[in-house]
Write a protein that binds this ligand. Structure first.
Ligand SMILES: Cc1cc2nc3c(=O)[nH]c(=O)nc-3n(C[C@H](O)[C@H](O)[C@H](O)COP(=O)(O)OP(=O)(O)OC[C@H]3O[C@@H](n4cnc5c(N)ncnc54)[C@H](O)[C@@H]3O)c2cc1C
Length: 424
């Protein structure tokens, strides 16, 4: 069997491990346009701030791919898929035949049309995005010219960029169009707690506003003009408003796509020889109870691994994704899992516990005794238990108040549930 994987992110890595857990012999080729084998994408902010060195970035040891007999083609861009003759064409004209193919091309940063930019990053003019190792290197190379930076976007990626820049001595302003940071993954209380930490670290956060124009002196950024009219002086702009699935190859190959590449419950696309996983795939989500793109690392790995197993013949059903976001900065750990911002008409129970002094916060969203979502700020030690309760749809009726307490743990669960979940 000839397996080909397009995309050397965590989904591609998961696929390698999934295939090898079933088939130890088939040929595997991993094609990735980046210059590095799979590395820690969240790690780029720690790399930029110097907390992580180059040696800490790869997700697996150097000899991992050789030992699993995987051919890794770095710096190789796939430009086409021939779904009739089953081969992938690379930019250099080379063709790579496959029996089973995984598309794991991830996401591409969204870059809105902002006056003064070409609608794309331009590192020489100090206009950056922040999703790859290369982006982090582009910024670090120009560090001496950057005393001030504006980060557009107060979501997870924007805040990680802001933290790293602040750590290397840059004066950072974060602009967020919504009325709070982390608005998608967290609720207003958690967002406010995060904002206070950023304030304390010296990062300026402006909400309800964004950049309408990037001002330059012809060769580089000098400032930004905001939608509300004011101007901020800056040496650099980092656009970090999210990613969109990278669908070019799949669309050109005629695969079914909606917001992402549509896959069935075995992660197969509309072509039975082709699978998709990670930030580019639209796969079943256990909270939304429908297919959607959930661009987070654990989903990408699980999907990649499951796709790999199925490519090798396992024929197993993907358990479904669970939205989960973890972000920690300046000592404040936060995690959100599942549904955390329910609509009022959803008729769900929402319980919260805020300890302002200890800077801890817990929020539970329940539907008739079943946990649908949780927000943890400050004390995140029980995140794994909550994730399990949500994923397994465990009946927690009667335990609601207990779950709000910092000491809640497995010991408080019903013996039957414990037996089922812990084997004791
Ligand atoms: C700064 C930052 C922090 C993050 N922090 C977190 C976090 O704390 N928790 C979390 O859950 N998630 C986090 N994420 C998101 C997480 O990293 C992604 O969900 C995950 O990396 C997706 O993996 P993937 O393999 O699907 O795609 P990607 O990691 O995007 O990998 C896709 C790869 O495919 C390559 N590729 C694309 N097209 C082609 C082509 N035509 N030919 C060859 N190669 C191609 C790309 O170059 C890339 O290397 C973070 C992301 C960033 C940027």
């Amino acid at each position: 069997m000839n397996y080909v994987i397009i995309g050397g992110g965590v989904a591609g890595l998961g696929c390698v491990e999934g295939i090898r857990s079933v088939d130890t012999e088939g040929a595997i080729t991993l094609i990735t346009e980046e210059m590095h084998p799979p590395y820690s994408r969240p790690g780029i902010s720690y790399w930029l701030s110097g907390k992580l060195t180059d040696s800490g970035m790869p997700l697996r040891e150097k000899d991992f791919y050789d030992s699993l007999k995987v051919i890794v083609k770095t710096g190789a861009t796939a430009v086409g898929i021939d779904t009739k003759k089953n081969f992938v064409t690379l930019e250099n004209g080379e063709t790579v035949p496959y029996d089973r193919l995984l598309i794991a091309t991830g996401g591409v940063p969204i870059f809105p049309p902002i006056t003064g930019t070409d609608g794309a990053p331009d590192p020489d003019r100090r206009i950056f995005t922040f999703t790859t190792y290369r982006d982090a290197k582009e910024i670090l190379t120009r560090k001496d010219a950057i005393q001030k930076a504006v980060v557009i976007g107060g979501g997870l990626i924007g805040l990680k960029a802001a933290e790293a820049l602040n750590d290397i001595g840059v004066q950072v302003t974060v602009l967020e169009l919504m009325d709070r940071v982390l608005s998608q993954a967290f609720d207003d209380i958690a967002g406010e707690m995060a904002r206070k930490r950023l304030d304390r670290a010296g990062i300026v956060v402006i909400t309800g506003d964004t950049v309408d124009e990037v001002l330059t002196d012809g060769s580089a950024v000098t400032g930004v003009r905001l939608r509300t009219g004011s101007e901020i002086e800056t040496d650099a702009v980092v656009v970090a408003i999210g990613v969109r699935p990278n669908l070019d190859l799949a669309e050109a190959a005629g695969l079914t796509v909606d917001r992402g590449i549509v896959v069935d419950d075995t992660l197969t696309t509309s072509d039975t020889h082709i699978y998709a996983a990670g930030d580019t795939a639209s796969a079943y989500d256990i909270i939304a109870k429908e297919k959607r793109v959930t661009p987070i690392l654990p989903n990408a790995y699980r999907q990649g691994r499951q796709a790999g197993r199925n490519m090798a013949g396992a024929d197993e059903t993907y358990e479904g994704g669970l939205p989960m976001n973890a972000i920690g900065f300046y000592g404040l750990d936060t995690i959100s899992i599942g549904l955390v911002n329910p609509e009022e008409d959803q008729d769900l129970t929402v319980l919260t516990r805020l300890d302002e002094e200890a800077e801890t916060y817990r929020k539970l969203v329940l539907d008739k005794g079943r946990l649908l979502g949780v927000v943890l700020v400050g004390d995140v030690a029980r995140a794994g238990i909550f994730a399990g309760l949500i994923r397994d749809g465990v009946d927690v009726a009667g335990l609601e108040e207990r779950m709000l307490s910092p000491d809640f743990g497995h010991v408080h669960l019903d013996t039957d549930v414990r037996k089922e979940r812990l084997g004791r």
